[in-house]
Design a protein around this ligand. Sequence first.
Ligand code: TRP
Length: 452
Amino acid sequence: MSGQNPTTSRKTWNNRWTFMLAAAGSAIGLGNIWKFPYIAGQYGGGAFVLVYLLCIALVGIPLLMAETAIGRSTRLSPLNAMRKLTSDAGVFRGWEVIGWMGMVTGFIILTFYSVVAGWALSYAWDLLTGVFNGMSADQIGGEFEALTASAPRQILWHTLFMVITVLITARGVHKGLEKGLQVMMPTLFVLLFAMLGYSILATGEFMRGFHFMFDVDFSKITGEAVAAAMGQAFFTLSLGMCALMAYGAYMPANNSIPRTALNVAFLDTLMAIISGLIVFPIVYAHGLEPSAGPGLLFVSLTSAFANITGGSILGFIFFTLVGIAALSSAISLIEPSLSWVTERFAINRVLATWLIGGAIWLVGLGSVFSFNIWADVKFFDKTIFDLAGYMTDVFLLPLGGALTAIFAGWIIKRSVMSNELAMSVGLFNVWRIAVRIIVPVAVALILYTALK
Ligand code: TRP
């Protein structure tokens, strides 16, 4: 992002791939590689995956287009975009709440996201230094317990991740990350495909993992599972907190929003599915449990790396890339509040980034402690770490997304959106039905069942 005054119209990213890269960088992250397999594992596989895919198609893609179009139509920061569009439409200013909620949601997500990204860095380091050499899957599981039981170790890595995030965000996404991402995202792809090859050829359990992910047991489609699947769809596509609105503001006018949205959703979904197809066969091959929880990725993949020649170095590269994927997502989580703070308090971007990053770091300690000294501190029967994930996935993101959809479908002038989306009338009408009706109704139904 540039540090320009967000109330003036800004330069756009001139390369047509930059928006794709930034949006895909935001979307692809821990949500795909860490969270998707762990949640799919907890909710029993196929049924969850089916609902998740439906949510991506019916709710995610229309909303991805809406958020991007809102950002591009005004070229303003999310909050100012809301302000301008509501005043243009001559309606109630309260719609700004979408912008406020987005900032809070991004803040909360990053508090635990950074802790998990820290785990990835810790694994990268431990693999490189040979900590896991010759360990059994059981011992490797014990190592995950040891990491989460240790507040100081987690604080070290959480701090490192936040410092890197702040240093890069302060420079701006464009300057800070674009060059690096152009190399690293494709490398991550290649590595994931290589791991997929390993899962298919070497675990001997590929089909079992495959069936776990794609055989649908309809009795497992509970209200809670559906809510989790929808939350995961929002989380993985970076929807419901204005992140893509902020990026859309920089998108060149001649890029096709529908096509870009489809590409981003496709790549993101592909990464999640591949991660699942890597993790579950390894899980079975090592006698682990699909429902093991947040440690699933770390324990299963490390068990595989410990058995491959050159696994230490491969594992080091893999977890480093996971950390980098997390970094490009973290930047989009911080950006909405950062652009607001720099506008509102007239302080420079660097100082603002350190202040916000520091606050996130501090609150993130709550997530660190929820695995050890505060393991018994529970709200609604959930630890701080679980609560932060649940609150954002199941409530804040879907709510923010539904409000954005209603705003795009019912409040903004039709011509503004049809200009931005530039689709045939027929397709535009399909999109409009999705944001006007399908997204709000789906979210309302799911929230209702989750709350009941
Ligand atoms: N989508 C990212 C992931 O899957 C996380 C993320 C980045 C996010 N920005 C977001 C989630 C905005 C929700 C909203 O890892």
